[in-house]
Design a protein around this ligand. Structure first.
Ligand code: ADP
Ligand code: MG
Length: 329
Protein backbone atom coordinates (compact mmCIF):
# COMPACT_ATOMS: atom_id res chain seq x y z
CA UNK A 1 0.00 0.00 0.00
CA UNK A 2 1.20 3.45 -0.95
CA UNK A 3 0.59 6.26 1.48
CA UNK A 4 1.41 9.94 1.36
CA UNK A 5 1.25 12.08 4.43
CA UNK A 6 1.54 15.86 4.29
CA UNK A 7 3.80 15.89 1.24
CA UNK A 8 5.17 19.23 0.02
CA UNK A 9 7.06 19.66 -3.24
CA UNK A 10 8.43 23.02 -4.37
CA UNK A 11 10.32 24.28 -7.40
CA UNK A 12 12.90 26.88 -6.36
CA UNK A 13 10.90 27.59 -3.23
CA UNK A 14 7.60 27.93 -5.14
CA UNK A 15 5.17 25.33 -3.79
CA UNK A 16 3.63 22.98 -6.39
CA UNK A 17 2.26 20.33 -4.00
CA UNK A 18 1.13 21.34 -0.52
CA UNK A 19 0.40 18.97 2.37
CA UNK A 20 -0.80 16.18 0.09
CA UNK A 21 -2.11 13.07 1.83
CA UNK A 22 -3.62 10.05 0.10
CA UNK A 23 -3.30 6.30 -0.07
CA UNK A 24 -3.59 3.57 -2.69
CA UNK A 25 -4.51 0.16 -1.36
CA UNK A 26 -3.32 -3.01 -3.07
CA UNK A 27 -5.34 -3.92 -6.12
CA UNK A 28 -7.00 -0.51 -6.32
CA UNK A 29 -6.74 2.22 -8.91
CA UNK A 30 -6.74 5.77 -7.55
CA UNK A 31 -7.25 8.64 -9.97
CA UNK A 32 -5.93 12.03 -8.94
CA UNK A 33 -8.17 14.47 -10.76
CA UNK A 34 -7.49 18.16 -11.03
CA UNK A 35 -7.20 21.02 -13.48
CA UNK A 36 -4.02 21.70 -15.39
CA UNK A 37 -1.29 23.12 -13.17
CA UNK A 38 -2.79 21.77 -9.95
CA UNK A 39 0.34 19.73 -9.19
CA UNK A 40 -0.68 16.26 -10.39
CA UNK A 41 2.44 15.44 -12.40
CA UNK A 42 4.63 16.84 -9.64
CA UNK A 43 2.91 14.57 -7.10
CA UNK A 44 3.40 11.55 -9.36
CA UNK A 45 7.05 12.41 -9.92
CA UNK A 46 7.57 12.69 -6.17
CA UNK A 47 6.06 9.22 -5.69
CA UNK A 48 8.38 7.92 -8.41
CA UNK A 49 11.36 9.48 -6.65
CA UNK A 50 12.03 11.85 -9.54
CA UNK A 51 11.30 14.97 -7.51
CA UNK A 52 12.56 15.60 -3.94
CA UNK A 53 9.96 16.32 -1.27
CA UNK A 54 10.30 19.38 0.94
CA UNK A 55 8.16 17.91 3.72
CA UNK A 56 6.00 14.90 4.55
CA UNK A 57 6.34 11.16 4.09
CA UNK A 58 5.86 8.79 1.17
CA UNK A 59 5.63 5.18 2.34
CA UNK A 60 5.18 1.75 0.84
CA UNK A 61 3.71 -0.78 3.28
CA UNK A 62 4.77 1.58 6.05
CA UNK A 63 8.40 1.85 4.96
CA UNK A 64 9.62 5.37 4.23
CA UNK A 65 10.78 5.76 0.63
CA UNK A 66 12.93 8.83 1.33
CA UNK A 67 16.36 8.09 -0.10
CA UNK A 68 15.16 5.07 -2.10
CA UNK A 69 16.14 5.79 -5.73
CA UNK A 70 13.57 5.53 -8.52
CA UNK A 71 14.78 2.20 -9.91
CA UNK A 72 14.64 0.58 -6.48
CA UNK A 73 11.04 1.57 -5.72
CA UNK A 74 9.51 -1.20 -7.81
CA UNK A 75 7.19 1.24 -9.55
CA UNK A 76 6.59 1.61 -13.28
CA UNK A 77 5.72 4.83 -15.10
CA UNK A 78 3.62 5.47 -18.16
CA UNK A 79 3.18 8.86 -19.80
CA UNK A 80 0.77 10.55 -22.17
CA UNK A 81 3.01 9.96 -25.16
CA UNK A 82 4.11 6.43 -24.33
CA UNK A 83 7.77 7.19 -25.08
CA UNK A 84 8.46 3.94 -26.93
CA UNK A 85 11.90 3.20 -28.33
CA UNK A 86 11.32 4.00 -32.01
CA UNK A 87 14.07 1.75 -33.34
CA UNK A 88 12.90 -1.32 -31.41
CA UNK A 89 10.06 -3.64 -32.41
CA UNK A 90 6.94 -3.90 -30.30
CA UNK A 91 8.18 -7.15 -28.74
CA UNK A 92 11.58 -5.63 -27.91
CA UNK A 93 9.91 -2.57 -26.40
CA UNK A 94 7.65 -4.71 -24.22
CA UNK A 95 10.48 -7.05 -23.18
CA UNK A 96 13.06 -4.32 -22.67
CA UNK A 97 13.31 -4.41 -18.89
CA UNK A 98 13.03 -8.20 -18.79
CA UNK A 99 15.96 -8.59 -21.17
CA UNK A 100 18.02 -6.21 -19.06
CA UNK A 101 17.37 -8.62 -16.18
CA UNK A 102 18.23 -11.56 -18.45
CA UNK A 103 14.87 -13.05 -17.58
CA UNK A 104 14.76 -16.44 -19.37
CA UNK A 105 10.95 -16.24 -19.66
CA UNK A 106 11.06 -12.97 -21.63
CA UNK A 107 9.56 -14.33 -24.86
CA UNK A 108 6.66 -16.04 -23.09
CA UNK A 109 5.94 -13.04 -20.91
CA UNK A 110 5.98 -10.68 -23.93
CA UNK A 111 3.43 -12.90 -25.70
CA UNK A 112 1.26 -12.91 -22.56
CA UNK A 113 1.44 -9.12 -22.27
CA UNK A 114 0.63 -8.52 -25.93
CA UNK A 115 -2.42 -10.75 -25.51
CA UNK A 116 -3.41 -8.85 -22.36
CA UNK A 117 -3.42 -5.51 -24.19
CA UNK A 118 -5.07 -6.95 -27.30
CA UNK A 119 -2.04 -6.80 -29.59
CA UNK A 120 -1.35 -10.45 -30.43
CA UNK A 121 0.69 -10.71 -33.60
CA UNK A 122 2.05 -7.16 -33.34
CA UNK A 123 5.44 -8.22 -31.94
CA UNK A 124 7.48 -7.55 -35.09
CA UNK A 125 5.99 -4.15 -35.89
CA UNK A 126 7.87 -0.89 -35.34
CA UNK A 127 6.18 1.86 -33.25
CA UNK A 128 5.99 4.19 -36.28
CA UNK A 129 3.59 1.75 -37.99
CA UNK A 130 1.11 1.80 -35.09
CA UNK A 131 -1.85 4.06 -34.33
CA UNK A 132 -1.73 6.29 -31.23
CA UNK A 133 -3.99 3.90 -29.34
CA UNK A 134 -1.86 0.88 -30.26
CA UNK A 135 1.27 2.70 -29.16
CA UNK A 136 -0.31 3.40 -25.74
CA UNK A 137 -1.21 -0.29 -25.44
CA UNK A 138 2.43 -1.19 -26.10
CA UNK A 139 3.55 1.38 -23.52
CA UNK A 140 1.13 -0.16 -21.02
CA UNK A 141 2.39 -3.69 -21.74
CA UNK A 142 5.97 -2.50 -21.32
CA UNK A 143 5.14 -0.83 -18.00
CA UNK A 144 3.45 -4.01 -16.73
CA UNK A 145 6.24 -6.33 -17.91
CA UNK A 146 8.21 -6.20 -14.69
CA UNK A 147 5.07 -6.70 -12.57
CA UNK A 148 5.50 -3.35 -10.79
CA UNK A 149 4.06 -3.20 -7.30
CA UNK A 150 2.64 0.18 -8.31
CA UNK A 151 1.90 1.55 -11.77
CA UNK A 152 2.08 5.34 -12.13
CA UNK A 153 0.10 6.77 -15.05
CA UNK A 154 0.38 10.41 -16.11
CA UNK A 155 -2.57 11.35 -18.37
CA UNK A 156 -2.22 8.02 -20.19
CA UNK A 157 -5.03 8.67 -22.66
CA UNK A 158 -4.95 12.43 -23.05
CA UNK A 159 -3.11 12.43 -26.36
CA UNK A 160 -5.76 10.29 -28.07
CA UNK A 161 -8.87 11.57 -29.78
CA UNK A 162 -12.20 11.30 -28.03
CA UNK A 163 -13.73 8.10 -29.41
CA UNK A 164 -10.53 6.15 -29.03
CA UNK A 165 -9.95 7.59 -25.57
CA UNK A 166 -13.31 6.31 -24.36
CA UNK A 167 -12.72 2.82 -25.72
CA UNK A 168 -9.19 2.61 -24.40
CA UNK A 169 -10.28 3.91 -20.98
CA UNK A 170 -12.57 0.88 -20.61
CA UNK A 171 -9.82 -1.43 -21.82
CA UNK A 172 -7.33 0.14 -19.44
CA UNK A 173 -9.67 -0.46 -16.51
CA UNK A 174 -10.18 -4.10 -17.55
CA UNK A 175 -6.46 -4.70 -18.07
CA UNK A 176 -5.58 -3.22 -14.68
CA UNK A 177 -8.27 -5.31 -12.97
CA UNK A 178 -7.37 -8.49 -14.82
CA UNK A 179 -3.69 -8.12 -13.97
CA UNK A 180 -4.49 -7.09 -10.39
CA UNK A 181 -2.37 -3.99 -10.83
CA UNK A 182 -2.26 -1.33 -8.12
CA UNK A 183 -2.20 2.02 -9.87
CA UNK A 184 -2.04 5.75 -9.28
CA UNK A 185 -3.24 7.72 -12.29
CA UNK A 186 -3.26 11.48 -12.64
CA UNK A 187 -5.54 13.18 -15.12
CA UNK A 188 -7.39 16.44 -15.78
CA UNK A 189 -10.16 14.50 -17.54
CA UNK A 190 -13.15 13.56 -15.37
CA UNK A 191 -14.41 10.96 -17.84
CA UNK A 192 -11.04 9.24 -17.82
CA UNK A 193 -10.94 9.21 -14.02
CA UNK A 194 -14.48 7.85 -13.72
CA UNK A 195 -13.91 5.24 -16.44
CA UNK A 196 -10.63 3.82 -15.15
CA UNK A 197 -10.41 4.24 -11.38
CA UNK A 198 -12.35 2.99 -8.38
CA UNK A 199 -11.09 5.68 -6.04
CA UNK A 200 -10.70 9.36 -6.57
CA UNK A 201 -8.61 12.16 -5.11
CA UNK A 202 -9.45 15.68 -6.17
CA UNK A 203 -6.55 18.08 -6.40
CA UNK A 204 -6.68 21.84 -6.58
CA UNK A 205 -3.86 24.39 -6.36
CA UNK A 206 -1.39 21.82 -5.06
CA UNK A 207 -3.71 20.41 -2.40
CA UNK A 208 -5.66 17.17 -2.22
CA UNK A 209 -9.08 18.52 -1.28
CA UNK A 210 -10.99 15.22 -1.18
CA UNK A 211 -10.33 11.48 -1.42
CA UNK A 212 -12.73 8.56 -1.42
CA UNK A 213 -14.62 5.98 -3.44
CA UNK A 214 -15.65 7.47 -6.74
CA UNK A 215 -19.35 7.18 -5.92
CA UNK A 216 -18.78 8.72 -2.51
CA UNK A 217 -16.92 11.75 -3.86
CA UNK A 218 -19.56 12.14 -6.54
CA UNK A 219 -22.41 11.98 -4.03
CA UNK A 220 -20.88 14.38 -1.57
CA UNK A 221 -18.27 16.72 -3.04
CA UNK A 222 -16.13 18.29 -0.32
CA UNK A 223 -16.94 21.85 -1.31
CA UNK A 224 -18.84 23.77 -3.96
CA UNK A 225 -15.76 24.23 -6.13
CA UNK A 226 -15.22 20.49 -6.22
CA UNK A 227 -18.90 20.02 -7.03
CA UNK A 228 -18.56 22.43 -9.90
CA UNK A 229 -15.47 20.70 -11.17
CA UNK A 230 -17.18 17.31 -11.03
CA UNK A 231 -20.45 18.71 -12.35
CA UNK A 232 -19.16 18.88 -15.85
CA UNK A 233 -18.67 15.14 -15.90
CA UNK A 234 -21.22 12.51 -16.72
CA UNK A 235 -21.18 9.50 -14.45
CA UNK A 236 -22.38 6.32 -15.94
CA UNK A 237 -23.08 4.02 -13.08
CA UNK A 238 -25.03 4.13 -9.90
CA UNK A 239 -25.56 7.86 -9.61
CA UNK A 240 -28.90 8.81 -8.10
CA UNK A 241 -31.12 10.28 -10.75
CA UNK A 242 -30.14 13.80 -10.05
CA UNK A 243 -28.84 16.92 -11.59
CA UNK A 244 -25.97 19.04 -10.53
CA UNK A 245 -26.85 22.63 -11.16
CA UNK A 246 -24.44 25.42 -11.69
CA UNK A 247 -25.49 28.90 -10.75
CA UNK A 248 -24.09 30.99 -13.56
CA UNK A 249 -22.96 34.44 -12.54
CA UNK A 250 -22.83 33.69 -8.84
CA UNK A 251 -19.55 33.70 -6.97
CA UNK A 252 -17.45 30.73 -8.09
CA UNK A 253 -18.47 28.81 -4.99
CA UNK A 254 -22.16 28.54 -5.85
CA UNK A 255 -23.73 25.30 -7.00
CA UNK A 256 -27.14 23.70 -6.88
CA UNK A 257 -27.83 19.99 -6.63
CA UNK A 258 -31.28 18.70 -7.42
CA UNK A 259 -32.68 15.30 -6.63
CA UNK A 260 -36.37 15.04 -5.80
CA UNK A 261 -35.78 17.89 -3.47
CA UNK A 262 -33.26 20.54 -4.27
CA UNK A 263 -30.25 21.67 -2.35
CA UNK A 264 -28.82 25.01 -3.29
CA UNK A 265 -25.28 25.52 -2.16
CA UNK A 266 -24.62 29.20 -2.43
CA UNK A 267 -21.50 31.01 -1.31
CA UNK A 268 -23.05 31.82 2.05
CA UNK A 269 -24.53 28.39 2.83
CA UNK A 270 -27.09 25.88 1.67
CA UNK A 271 -30.71 26.56 0.77
CA UNK A 272 -33.25 23.84 0.13
CA UNK A 273 -36.21 23.49 -2.18
CA UNK A 274 -38.20 21.17 -4.41
CA UNK A 275 -38.25 20.50 -8.09
CA UNK A 276 -41.69 21.63 -9.23
CA UNK A 277 -41.43 20.54 -12.82
CA UNK A 278 -38.91 19.34 -15.36
CA UNK A 279 -39.11 19.52 -19.12
CA UNK A 280 -36.54 17.69 -21.21
CA UNK A 281 -36.09 18.19 -24.94
CA UNK A 282 -33.18 16.99 -27.09
CA UNK A 283 -31.66 20.45 -26.77
CA UNK A 284 -32.18 21.30 -23.14
CA UNK A 285 -33.38 20.41 -19.67
CA UNK A 286 -35.57 23.04 -18.04
CA UNK A 287 -36.43 22.76 -14.35
CA UNK A 288 -38.61 24.88 -12.15
CA UNK A 289 -37.19 24.75 -8.63
CA UNK A 290 -39.08 26.12 -5.66
CA UNK A 291 -36.25 27.27 -3.43
CA UNK A 292 -37.25 27.91 0.18
CA UNK A 293 -37.27 31.58 0.97
CA UNK A 294 -36.79 32.63 -2.65
CA UNK A 295 -39.60 31.10 -4.64
CA UNK A 296 -39.59 29.47 -8.04
CA UNK A 297 -36.45 29.67 -10.13
CA UNK A 298 -35.85 28.57 -13.70
CA UNK A 299 -32.89 26.30 -14.18
CA UNK A 300 -31.71 25.46 -17.67
CA UNK A 301 -29.10 23.09 -19.10
CA UNK A 302 -28.24 23.10 -22.76
CA UNK A 303 -27.43 19.61 -23.99
CA UNK A 304 -24.69 18.78 -26.45
CA UNK A 305 -25.47 15.10 -26.34
CA UNK A 306 -28.46 13.18 -25.06
CA UNK A 307 -28.02 12.33 -21.38
CA UNK A 308 -28.58 8.78 -20.17
CA UNK A 309 -30.43 7.86 -16.99
CA UNK A 310 -28.30 8.73 -14.00
CA UNK A 311 -26.23 11.32 -15.84
CA UNK A 312 -25.64 14.60 -14.14
CA UNK A 313 -25.76 17.74 -16.14
CA UNK A 314 -24.55 21.26 -15.39
CA UNK A 315 -27.52 23.61 -15.22
CA UNK A 316 -27.54 27.39 -14.93
CA UNK A 317 -30.05 29.12 -12.67
CA UNK A 318 -31.25 32.70 -12.65
CA UNK A 319 -28.59 34.07 -10.35
CA UNK A 320 -30.00 37.57 -9.93
CA UNK A 321 -32.87 36.14 -7.90
CA UNK A 322 -30.50 34.12 -5.69
CA UNK A 323 -28.07 36.97 -5.18
CA UNK A 324 -30.75 39.42 -4.10
CA UNK A 325 -32.40 37.14 -1.55
CA UNK A 326 -33.35 39.23 1.48
CA UNK A 327 -31.92 38.13 4.79
CA UNK A 328 -28.95 36.27 3.35
CA UNK A 329 -25.41 37.26 2.69
P1 ADP B 1 -0.34 19.33 -13.51
O1 ADP B 1 0.33 18.05 -13.82
O2 ADP B 1 -1.48 19.21 -12.55
O3 ADP B 1 -0.76 20.08 -14.75
P2 ADP B 1 2.28 20.16 -12.60
O4 ADP B 1 2.61 19.25 -11.49
O5 ADP B 1 2.92 19.88 -13.91
O6 ADP B 1 0.70 20.29 -12.75
O7 ADP B 1 2.67 21.64 -12.19
C1 ADP B 1 2.30 22.19 -10.95
C2 ADP B 1 2.96 23.55 -10.80
O8 ADP B 1 4.37 23.42 -10.74
C3 ADP B 1 2.68 24.49 -11.95
O9 ADP B 1 2.53 25.77 -11.47
C4 ADP B 1 3.92 24.38 -12.81
O10 ADP B 1 4.13 25.54 -13.55
C5 ADP B 1 5.00 24.13 -11.79
N1 ADP B 1 6.09 23.29 -12.35
C6 ADP B 1 5.96 22.06 -12.86
N2 ADP B 1 7.15 21.56 -13.23
C7 ADP B 1 8.06 22.53 -12.96
C8 ADP B 1 9.48 22.63 -13.12
N3 ADP B 1 10.20 21.63 -13.63
N4 ADP B 1 10.08 23.78 -12.73
C9 ADP B 1 9.36 24.79 -12.19
N5 ADP B 1 8.02 24.75 -12.01
C10 ADP B 1 7.38 23.64 -12.39
MG1 MG C 1 0.62 17.09 -15.71
Amino acid sequence: MLSLEGVDVAYDGVPAVVGASLSVEDGHVLAVLGPSGSGKSTLLRAVAGLEPTAAGRIRWDGADLAGVPTHKRGFALMFQDGQLFGHLTVARNVGYALRLRRDPATATRVRELLALVGLEGYGDRLPATLSGGERQRVALARALAVRPRLLLLDEPLSALDVGLRERLAGDLRDILRESGTTALMVTHDQEEAFAVADRLAVMRAGRVVQEGDIAEVWRAPADPETALFLGYARVQSGAAAGVLLRAAGLPAAAAVAVRRSALVVAADGPLSGTVVSARVTPEQIRLVVDVDGIGELDAVARLDTHPAAGDRVAVAVDSSRLASTPGRG
